[in-house]
Write a protein that binds this ligand. Structure first.
Ligand code: ATP
Ligand code: MG
Ligand code: MG
Ligand code: MG
Length: 439
């Protein structure tokens, strides 16, 4: 992409309404624009990162054997009356009337609709286990939308639903989700710690939230510092292997880590004092096992091997796809701007031409641009006729992992300058070498 043709409305001034760094940088880098309270347009740069994050979520869900599907954003109130949540959801639910005066709503989550799909088509244990998920816009009329995309009213969420014959099978689905979430967040360069949580409006028994530690997080959390030493890493996992998934679950959830809703002071005090931590965290996902809560209310039953009809065991599992942009920035930035982890960066490398219009510099930039494209990498080439200082400031703000600076003086010696956004370190080297290092 050439900057001269890209829509990147960078703001010089810090917007007064933005209280936290991720919101400030997303506005300043021209990633989003507020349309109304808690509702945003995704401008090209923001949209690009959103799609990168979404893509990682898709890949990891499908790796775990979960099937993508898509349900509508506007739903009829009838199903929600069956489960009892039409009332229970209260003011967070956006209620709409259609022209025939029928009660409709904008989906805040989709347990009811997916359960209805299930009961219409599945009646035998032979069709289980089944896990389907979608990545779809949700709406919750939050009392205090704030912090940009972190607490929007409209937000993008992955929601997955498992259907199993027994509680045991459903707990395997739960563990499978835990494992796939660990992989998902790590690919985004994030440490998200599973913490025992409260099931709130979903109802149910087992639930963990995934929290990214950050001062600006809205949740208060208590944990054994040993949990921050854990990482899933590159280990192989067989998602059908019940014992292996249970082992990962055990490894990541036995040490003390809880949100304030389930915090237990006495248990916490059993953690060695030097390892006790109280901090703040951003909830980037949550997994639930809620058994037969919806299947009983909505009569989603299946015939087991013994011929008896039983309500299906279920769980649901969410990832805050749009919130993740904010969480990643909160976890990875400096005073100049965003520092994108490689896995989600909108472009792989920025090319800065110090002297636009100089034949040699222009040609060297074009050649670099083509080399990256040939390698399947996306460069962002700042080909505008602007001062170097402004070009550097923009590159730092939008936070690409690498910057290549090209100018007539370096080219005389056959070199360009390669700078790492994260370390700030620069080195001079021939253009081909710079390409190799980035690739
Ligand atoms: P919160 O406690 O922050 O209100 P929640 O527990 O109500 O979130 P869930 O029902 O668990 O949310 O939804 C799954 C995920 O969707 C959350 O873990 C979070 O990452 C994301 N999410 C929820 N509400 C919002 C929102 N208003 N804006 C952006 N993302 C959200
Ligand atoms: Mg909420
Ligand atoms: Mg919550
Ligand atoms: Mg939650």
């Amino acid at each position: 992409m050439r900057m001269s043709r890209y829509f990147l409305p960078v703001l010089k001034e810090t917007p007064a309404e933005a209280q936290i760094v991720s919101h400030r940088y997303m506005l300043r880098a021209g990633m989003i624009k507020q349309a109304s309270a808690g509702i945003y347009s995704w401008l090209p740069l923001g949209y690009k990162v959103l799609k990168k994050i979404e893509n990682i979520v898709h890949e990891e869900q499908q790796r775990a054997g979960h099937m993508p599907m898509l349900m509508p954003t506007i739903q009829s109130a009838d199903l929600w009356r069956e489960s009892g949540r039409y009332e229970a959801f209260g003011d967070e639910m956006l209620r709409i009337k259609d022209r025939h005066d029928r009660d409709m709503l904008f989906t805040p989550t989709a347990e009811e609709l997916v359960t209805d799909i299930f009961r219409s088509h599945v009646s035998s244990y032979k069709d289980l286990p089944l896990t389907m998920y979608q990545i779809q816009w949700k709406f919750r009329d939050e009392r205090r939308p704030r912090f940009g995309v972190m607490r929007g009213r409209e937000f993008y969420m992955k929601d997955g639903y498992n259907f199993d014959l027994t509680k045991e099978d459903a707990l395997h689905a739960y563990n499978r989700h835990l494992v796939s979430y660990l992989r998902t967040y790590e690919r985004m360069g994030l440490q998200a710690i599973p913490m025992r949580a409260d099931s709130g409006a979903m109802g149910g028994d087992d639930t963990h939230e995934f929290l990214v530690l950050a001062e600006t997080g809205e949740s208060e959390v208590f944990y054994d510092s040993a949990v921050t030493d854990l990482s899933f890493g590159a280990r192989e996992i067989d998602y059908d292997n019940v014992a292996q998934c249970a082992g990962v679950m055990e490894e990541f959830t036995t040490k003390y880590a809880r949100t304030d809703e389930t915090h237990d002071e006495a248990l916490f005090n059993e953690v060695p004092e030097e390892r006790r931590r109280t901090a703040r965290g951003i909830e980037v996902g949550q997994i639930f096992y809620f058994g037969t809560k919806y299947s009983e209310a909505m009569k989603a039953t299946i015939q087991g091997p013994d011929g008896k009809s039983v309500p299906v065991h279920m769980g649901s599992h969410g990832i805050g796809v749009s919130r993740l942009l904010g969480a990643i920035i909160e976890a990875s930035h400096d005073d100049k701007g965003i520092i994108w982890p490689e896995g989600v960066t909108p472009f792989h490398v920025g090319i800065v031409n110090l002297k636009q219009g100089d034949d040699e510099a222009d040609a060297a930039c074009e050649a670099l641009y083509k080399s990256f494209a040939a390698l399947g990498l996306e460069p962002l080439y700042d080909d505008r006729n602007e001062r170097a200082g402004g070009k550097f400031a923009t590159m730092d703000l939008i936070g690409l992992p690498w910057r290549i600076t090209v100018g007539p003086r370096g080219l005389k010696n056959g070199v360009v300058e390669l700078t790492s956004r994260r370390t700030g370190e620069s080195e001079e080297l021939p253009p081909e070498e710079a390409v190799k290092k980035v690739a």
